[in-house]
Design a protein around this ligand. Sequence first.
Ligand SMILES: [Zn+2]
Length: 230
Amino acid sequence: MKTQEQNKILPADGYIKFQCKHTHAVWNSEALPVTAAFMARFEEADAFRTEVFDQGFIGIYENGIGYGNLSFRYGENFVITASATGGARELGIDGYTFVNKVELSQNTVHSLGPLPASSETMSHAGVYLESPLANYVLHIHNNLLFNILKEKNALSTSANIAYGTVEMAEAIRTIVKRNLSEAIIVMHGHEEGILIYGMSLAHLKSQLVFLCQEAKNELCAQCKKGGHNG
Ligand SMILES: [Zn+2]
């Protein structure tokens, strides 16, 4: 779904705004052991990420900044796509990082893995900190859906809250508190940014199908309008 216009200012992304306490570690090593059950869950999530990439909801802008990220719960913690991975269609386990602690009051993320955690880790943390039911969080970018959701007064974080900040995590927590199992949130202060979370990957998939249908309806409505005028 390509909605990027020429010469427009691209959404800011990619710059890590929290204190990143990252320890380098290799997956399936003593520092970061994995079980067969974990790998099965990971592979399902990673395959989903590739689907989302193919839909254009995760990707890279012309300025080389990647966008879009995915995480899944791992016990009390979560695993998230690493920073600057938006441009890669297939990631594999080395494109993910284990987030073992998030201290909102200190604006600090502790992680362990081959690469530092996504610049949007704070937003994902907001969901996991607030809801024991949420198992997957997906952050996507899409201009058309961003505008549709704004127009429909979807759940949202306010325009003065930037991506990747403690303020964003707190605003998300406030929404999650009232919507423990699933929601779609439009991030007004983060151009094109949408956050989707749910209990299962199937949940997320169905929410994406719903969003794509909304986008198609909007495009059809625009076509019809164009038809009348033309
Ligand atoms: Zn973003």
